[in-house]
Design a binder for this molecule. Structure first.
Ligand SMILES: *Cc1c(COP(=O)(O)O)cnc(C)c1O
Length: 411
């Protein structure tokens, strides 16, 4: 087993070690939940103060022009494009992931009018399935949702498939899908590929254009550290931008919103996928997180995230023998996103005790404990310590008390 000295050496040699200082993390906490809500970048307060005082306060309504607030969704979108292998003009910040999915799923299925199937993985994040169900309901009999296990997606694509809608990384198990291969399979059958990269953007290299994705949505508050409820982003490949239409034809997606014309006319380019007025303060906060991620090398991030996961699994296997734990994530780091999931029959109370001891992961029903490994701010020593505390909680059955079994509303 790696010794404590080996682990300290890994931290000392970590090329990303300096990024920890870019975040405000409370003392005494090992934060393994950055896949649900990233921590605040250290300069986010100062940036918000500046936008509030120097722009909003000083310029009032003129900020839309003088500070180019109107261009902010596209400016920050271009930064996310750099992080996700997209081109300038292919990404915009807007709405939530769920709303963006609705817009793009509707647009994509309209591009395949002769086909009726939206194909997705059965274990997709529920909101993705709910959104598809809502769209199907609105479509009359035109669309249907078909779900199959992730491993059967390629075989299930057929001549009736309009859109293959997939999450790049499974939110529960961390299983990573092959974006290029599945997009190619979709295209081979004449279908379009829509990817949800909520659990991959900012944690691992995403190559939307190299993988020939047609559409994508992603989340601002997870690995991009944009803050609670941060606005989300959407990607529409250039080749679809002229034909694709947003079903939420709001004025901010109009070609000339300030003409106040009575009829909708879509803007050129990605701008047509905006709907209402952009949330300037929230986008400014998101930009702080995106700017940190932009200065990190994507391959170094991937390498470290895999190494953190490997270390955690090795430590848990060595320390938690016969404890009832099972690995719910793929064993190979190549097939995982940036998280490791363990099942345990008492997963919920075990996680409550861990959180009480400063190891913050989360729980997903029915029995999954999730541990996210955000490579920007975690240290190898944190991971070894988290595994040690987990082993202690299991060995002492510290979780076996009624107060740890009471479920909170948000798990
Ligand atoms: C986190 C996440 C979402 C979140 O959607 P919101 O509308 O931003 O709440 C959606 N899809 C996936 C796959 C996610 O991981």
């Amino acid at each position: 087993m790696t010794t404590d000295a080996d682990i300290a050496a890994l931290d000392a040699a970590d090329p990303l070690a300096g990024f920890r200082d870019a975040f405000d993390l409370p003392d005494g906490v090992i934060y393994l939940c950055g896949n649900s809500l990233g921590p605040p970048p250290r300069d986010v307060g100062e940036r918000l103060t500046r936008v509030t005082a120097d722009q909003w306060g000083a310029h009032l309504i003129r900020g839309w022009t003088e500070d180019d607030w109107i261009g902010l969704p596209r400016r920050v979108g271009d930064k996310i494009a750099r992080l996700t292998g997209a081109a300038p003009g292919e990404v915009a910040i807007a709405d939530s992931t769920s709303v963006n999915l609705f817009k793009l799923l509707a647009a994509a299925s309209d591009l395949r009018p002769g086909r009726s199937t939206i194909l997705s993985q059965a274990d997709n994040f529920p909101t993705d399935l709910y959104i598809a169900q809502g769209l199907v309901g609105l479509s009359g009999d035109r669309l249907r949702l078909r779900t199959v296990p992730a491993g059967e997606i390629a075989a299930a694509i057929d001549e009736d498939t309009a859109v293959v809608m997939l999450s790049h990384v499974d939110y529960r198990t961390g299983a990573l899908l092959d974006m290029a291969a599945l997009s190619e399979a979709a295209h081979g059958a004449g279908a379009l590929a829509l990817w949800d990269i909520a659990h991959s953007a900012g944690a691992l290299p995403v190559e939307l254009n190299a993988a020939a994705a047609d559409f994508a949505v992603g989340c601002g508050y997870k690995y991009l550290n944009g803050g609670p409820g941060a606005p989300a982003f959407l990607f529409v490949a250039k080749r679809h931008q002229e034909a694709a239409r947003s079903p939420l034809s709001g004025w901010m997606g109009h070609a000339a919103p300030f003409d106040f014309a009575p009829d909708y006319r879509p803007a050129e380019g990605i701008g047509r996928f905006l709907c209402g007025t952009p949330v300037i303060l929230a986008i400014a906060a998101l930009e702080a997180g995106v700017d940190v991620a932009l200065t990190a090398d994507a391959q170094a991030l991937r390498h470290k995230s895999q190494a953190l996961g490997e270390l955690f699994i090795a430590r848990v296997e060595a320390l938690c023998n016969d404890s009832g734990l099972a690995l719910a994530s793929p064993r190979s780091a190549l097939l995982r996103g940036s998280q490791v999931c363990l099942t345990h029959p008492a997963g919920y109370p075990v996680m409550q005790v861990l959180i009480g001891r400063g190891v913050i992961g989360d729980f997903r029903a029915p029995d999954i404990m999730r541990f996210g490994f955000a490579p920007l701010y975690l240290r190898y020593t944190d991971i070894a310590e988290a595994a040690r505390i987990l082993a202690e909680v299991l060995a002492t059955r510290a979780w076996d008390r009624p107060e740890y079994h009471r479920r909170a509303v948000v798990t």
